[in-house]
Design a protein around this ligand. Structure first.
Ligand SMILES: Nc1ncnc2c1ncn2[C@@H]1O[C@H](COP(=O)(O)OP(=O)(O)OP(=O)(O)O)[C@@H](O)[C@H]1O
Ligand SMILES: [Mg+2]
Length: 758
């Protein structure tokens, strides 16, 4: 059969994400590729659907329209209905009326009407077929009323078949949807409008695997809108879902047809380019080189096809091509949205949209459906870039994407039986500082002052919290409180702490990279954490920082601390949600003896808090607890977990528990080792707190966020140390109020001015 010059049969069925995609190649199609816009297109699809089984219909032009399962089902129902009408030949002689002379006069017209409704129109425009049927019923009713019994009698079979058609139409999803819609309207609209309301397709350029979904936008409430790499991001709250919706619309999904053409043509041409012997990691680095190469191809394609392109349009198209050739595709845009902290792609890929975790709004569902094909190419890219295996024997691949300041974890079969799954963690580009944390209300100035004081006084601190609560970030900010004259050794399995940055701003810091305990690789050459720690302990007197304490290294660490061989400051993060759960994890899960656990001085707990009625997730430091030393079995039962500060959600503030301070053994210990009196210690803490709060104030007053960045806040912190030392040299003791006054003066008259000039 030939319709409009196109053979029915120009289609293929492909399986993807467990669903059959019926793909129509519409490149040379004489009509537009859209169910809602074009009746010929509808006819084509409905006729093919009566022969082929499919879950999704895809119309592939330069871009693709994808009709989802529910929409495809509606089309299948119509195709089946049409087949049924044909099989039952609803237009046959016996249905037209009783065999009598006066009745037969109507037969020809009735036959044509039935064929039109149940055979022709139903495939081109099923809604119009139904409306025509309703009209015919109405006409027949009024004829029956006006012409009396004779007409009714002889027309009974016709009435019956009309009623049967009506009933059959109304059983389909499409017509029942339309019926409820029509009852709300006074006038019957153009059917095109009705198709538009039902057959809104997901669109994507055909060279990109990921599909974007854009339905149900009306019922949503827009919470935020911004652009990332020229892509629009809209975040909505959904009336019946607790998680928000994150809609992204990158420029490549909305380009003009000519630009699409240039883009896909260029893609075709450059996919033949081979980077020669260059490895993939060098490819990622020489991104600019490829973009320039693509720019010249784009110019050529434009010229050959008489498509005028401005210079900035050429460079935009080149960066899109680069994104989908040497880059990470649509994920790259998400990875550039630094308001996101995590991106999740669960298996089986292609069934569920991608999820992201927004800094403030928590988990959001995106409008992106990733495909297995894209996932496979991402895996090969990661394998090549990391130089690590990823197969059945090594089903975990953990890797830092330094060019995108993110970390990726991929798990595959047999660990993930439904296929590979991905998780990305986006790092903040510069490290968090305590003043920045005060600014976002993660903790109070006093809490920051206390933390800074304990770091300086060489306390042993464990930072804890649930996943993504900010432990590692808090650890990073505490690292910045270590004096620059101290040496710091950092041990991590995934490189997250801001070591290179700290080196750059003058810290004496050394990093040890260990094997990840979640890596199940059997041929790993990386050093086990406990081995690395033994080495670290031999490196001499330094501040020792463990990115995350999670396996055998715990025992080594605590044993060293117990016998006083672990250097001066020891800090690390542990998963948990309270001081008690840290004890439970370290002692009961990681096997550290109770006596050794007592080497912990302080546990700091962070937690994401949702205030009543709000979707926004607010991270807060909720507990600062001292571990006292005189207990034997259970520190909580024996009153050895002494809260120094506790968060009060009603006030959204972390409060000092003054009554507990009298019982503190930690302050006593610090007093003994430092020679400071209680009064002096608190003056020192308040000096730190007030100085940090002052920086935040200045930053807000002058709208100068860079003031709180580590490169500047560290200079300010150093100035306090210098002023204190000067006073000790001159007067043998510190006048804290005087130091604060001088420091404030220096900060505003010297430092701030210097910064404002930059
Ligand atoms: N107070 C805060 N306000 C806003 N964002 C924060 C805050 N603290 C941390 N973040 C951001 O939250 C994300 C997760 O932080 P981080 O990695 O420190 O958490 P974590 O508790 O160590 O997570 P994990 O359990 O995965 O180790 C990061 O992107 C970080 O920049
Ligand atoms: Mg962490």
């Amino acid at each position: 059969m030939v319709i409009g010059g196109l053979k029915v049969g120009d289609h293929v069925v492909k399986e993807e994400g467990g669903r059959r995609h019926l793909i129509f190649v519409c490149k040379d199609c004489p009509y537009s590729a859209s169910v809602s816009n074009d009746l010929h297109c509808r006819y084509h699809i409905i006729t093919v659907l009566s022969e082929v089984e499919a879950d999704l219909v895809v119309l592939a032009e330069v871009y693709e329209r994808v009709y989802r399962e529910a929409q495809t089902k509606m089309l299948i129902e119509i195709a089946n209905l049409r087949q049924r009408f044909s099989m039952e030949t609803v237009w046959s002689y016996k249905h037209l009326g009783k065999a009598s002379k006066e009745c037969e006069a109507y037969f020809s017209e009735r036959h044509d009407t039935l064929v039109k409704i149940a055979h022709d129109l139903i495939a081109f425009d099923p809604i119009l077929a139904y409306l025509t049927l309703l009209k015919e019923i109405k006409i027949e009713k009024s004829k029956a009323d006006s012409q009396g019994k004779g007409y009714v009698n002889c027309s009974a079979p016709y009435f019956e078949i009309l009623a049967f058609l009506k009933q059959s139409f109304e059983k389909t999803e499409l017509i029942s949807k339309i019926k409820t819609y029509l009852t709300k309207l006074r006038q019957i609209p153009e059917t095109a409008q009705l198709y538009h309301s039902i057959f809104e397709a997901d669109v994507k350029p055909s060279f990109i695997g990921s599909r974007l979904m854009f339905d149900e936008m009306e019922s949503l409430e827009l919470l935020d809108e911004y652009t990332v790499k020229k892509a629009t991001v809209q975040i909505f709250s959904h009336p019946s879902k607790t998680e928000c919706l994150y809609f992204i619309n990158p420029p490549e999904y909305t380009l003009s047809p000519e630009k699409y053409f240039v883009l896909s043509k260029t893609r075709e041409i450059v996919s033949g380019y081979r980077p020669g012997k260059t490895s993939l990691s060098t490819v990622a680095k020489s991104r600019r080189y490829f973009e320039r190469l693509y720019e010249s191809t784009i110019k050529d394609v434009g010229k050959e096809n008489q498509i005028r392109l401005e210079l900035d349009e050429i460079s935009e198209l080149a960066s899109i091509v680069a994104r989908y050739t040497v880059g990470y595709g649509i994920l790259e845009i998400l990875l550039s949205d630094r308001r996101l902290t995590d991106i999740y792609l669960d298996s089986p890929i292609g069934q569920k949209p991608l999820y992201v975790v927004h800094n403030e709004l928590g988990q959001c569902q995106t409008n992106i459906l990733y495909t297995q094909g894209e996932a496979n190419s991402l895996i090969s890219k990661m394998r090549a870039m990391s130089g690590r295996p990823f197969d059945e024997a090594h089903p975990v691949l953990d890797f830092n994407l330094t060019d995108l300041d993110s970390r990726i974890a991929i798990i595959g079969p047999p660990l993930a039986p439904d296929g590979s799954a991905f998780a990305f963690r986006l790092h903040k580009i510069t490290p968090w500082t305590l003043p920045q944390f005060i600014d976002v209300n993660f903790l109070s100035p006093l809490a920051a002052g206390l933390l800074s004081f304990f770091v300086d006084m060489q306390a042993t601190m464990l930072l804890t919290g649930s996943r993504g609560s900010g432990k590692t970030s808090l650890l990073g900010s505490c690292l910045l409180e270590v004096s620059q004259s101290n040496r710091i050794i950092v041990q991590e399995d995934t490189l997250e702490l801001p070591v290179p940055y700290m080196k750059k701003i003058g810290f004496n810091i050394q990093r040890l990279k260990t094997r990840s305990p979640i890596s199940v690789s059997k041929t790993d050459t990386e050093v086990a954490p406990e081995e690395a720690l033994r080495t670290a302990l031999r490196l001499g007197d330094s501040a020792l920082v463990i990115g995350e304490i999670r396996s055998h290294e715990a025992k080594v660490l605590y044993e060293a601390m117990r016998i006083g061989a672990a250097g001066n400051i020891v800090m690390g993060t542990v998963h948990g949600d309270s001081a008690y759960s840290v004890w439970d994890r370290v002692v009961n899960d990681l096997g550290v003896p109770n006596t050794s656990f007592k080497a912990t001085d302080l546990v700091v707990v962070a937690r994401p808090i949702r205030f009543a009625g709000s979707l926004k997730r607010n991270r807060r430091v909720v507990q600062m607890t001292e571990v006292k030393k005189h207990w034997s079995d259970d520190p909580e039962r024996e009153g050895a977990l002494l809260d120094l500060m506790l968060y009060d959600a009603r006030k959204d503030h972390i409060e000092l528990i003054e009554d507990n301070l009298k019982e503190s053994e930690l302050f006593d210990k610090i007093s003994r080792t430092s020679g400071l009196t209680m009064k002096e210690m608190w003056k020192d803490i308040r000096l730190r707190a007030e100085a940090k709060a002052f920086l935040v104030e200045l930053k807000n007053k002058h709208k100068l966020p860079v003031l709180l960045e580590a490169e500047n806040s560290t200079v300010c912190r150093n100035k306090i140390i210098l002023l204190k030392e000067q006073q000790i040299r001159e007067f043998g003791k510190i006048d804290y109020d005087d130091v604060l006054g001088r420091w404030k003066n220096w900060t505003t008259t010297v430092f701030l001015k210097r910064l404002l000039k930059k």
